[in-house]
Every structure is written in structure tokens, then in C-alpha cells.
Design a binder for this molecule. Sequence first.
Ligand code: ADP
Ligand code: NI
Length: 216
Amino acid sequence: MDKNRLIEEATAFVRSELENEASGHDWWHIARVTKMAKHIAEQEGADVFICEMAALLHDIADEKLNEGGEEAGLKRVKDWLEVHQADNETINTIIEIISTMSFKGGNHPPMTTLEGKVVQDADRLDAIGAIGIARTFAYAGAHGDLIYDPAIHPREKMTKEEYRAVKTTAVNHFYEKLLKLKNLMNTDTAKEMAEARHQLMEDFLQKFYHEWEGNL
Ligand code: ADP
Ligand code: NI
């Protein structure tokens, strides 16, 4: 198994798949997460190759991008890895990481491998801080949500009915998810990096409300 060739081919594959995606899973998200996963893997002594491959492929299986849902998405990744002659052990580890990461059940199944923890942390770091703020407002705009509505803030949990009735807002998403991510980081490296990004979001929200109230 030629690791360098696999990384190169996976990069080209994912880039062409997600280049024109604006759903929050665009190629640049993948590029940032892959770079971050590599960095965390080096710091934590994880397998850098596995982390890079899983980061590159982590959103290919997303149900939003696959007609047959997540299952079909995972099969696509597995087929791709087989065709490109990855070892069975490599394939199984990558599929295990991606399927756990994309689990949307809400009760966060823990990652079983250090490599999975690393890639999950890298993905979560990309959801907070300056980039996280930008992605949140881009997502809200794309889904027709308001930037803020004092009537629905803050709500950490909304029922499906509430979501349908009032939708959510970009600012509310901070309370639903983003401000919780700091405490969900697996590795010490990511925990440390999350601190400054978390503080930036707290500062941003404070300024946001300040200006919202018309304060000078
Ligand atoms: P991922 O599982 O890779 O984080 P998501 O599809 O959940 O992908 O989210 C993509 C981006 O959009 C993330 O930055 C996320 O925080 C943001 N996002 C997800 N849901 C909302 C929402 N309801 N309002 C605003 N931003 C959102
Ligand atoms: Ni992602």
C-alpha cells in the first residue's frame, strides 16, 4: 500500500466531489480539517496517515450528499478505498471513524480509537472560532434563517415542532451547539486550541448584543 499515492488520490477525489459544494461541507472545510488533523495527530502520537485519510473522506459519506443516505455514502467510501488498494485494516479503521463521526443520533457515541478522537476534534475545531462564526452565518443564510431573534434566544434545545414553527437563528446555533464543543474535545491538544476559539465566540456574542441594543 503506497500511502503517499493514496493521500494524493483521496485529495483529488474529495476536491472534485466537494469543490462546488456550499452546504458547509465544501472542499476548504476538508482542507482545513485535514491540516488540523495532521497537526493534532503529530502532537498526540496518533497515526498521521489514518488521520489524514479519515479527515479527507469524512464528509463524503454525509447523508445530505448521498441519495441513498449515510449507508450508501459509507459504501461509496469503502468501494473507493478498495479500488485504490488500501489494506483491509486501513479500510476498516477509516470506515469506523467516519461512521461514528457522522452518527446523528445526538447521544455522541465515544470514539474507540485515538485516530478517531483526533479527526473528530479537528472537525469540531473547524465549527468554532472565527471560521465557526463565518460558517454559522453562511449556513443560516443558505437556509433562510435570521441572524438573530430575541424571541427565541437562547434555546439550547428545540423540539422538532418548534424548529418547524420558528426555525432557529444563527445566534441560537451558538447555544444549541457551538458553545458546548469546547467541553467535548477528546485530546489535550484540541482542548487547548479550543480555549481561544471559544473565548472569541463569547466576545463576539457580547459585542453582538451590545450593538443590537443600539449601544454606541
Ligand atoms: P458537521 O457535522 O461537519 O459539523 P453540519 O452539517 O452539522 O456539519 O454543519 C455544517 C456547518 O454549519 C457547521 O459549521 C455548523 O456549525 C453549521 N450549522 C449547522 N446547523 C446550523 C444551524 N441550524 N444554524 C447555523 N449554523 C449551523
Ligand atoms: Ni466536517
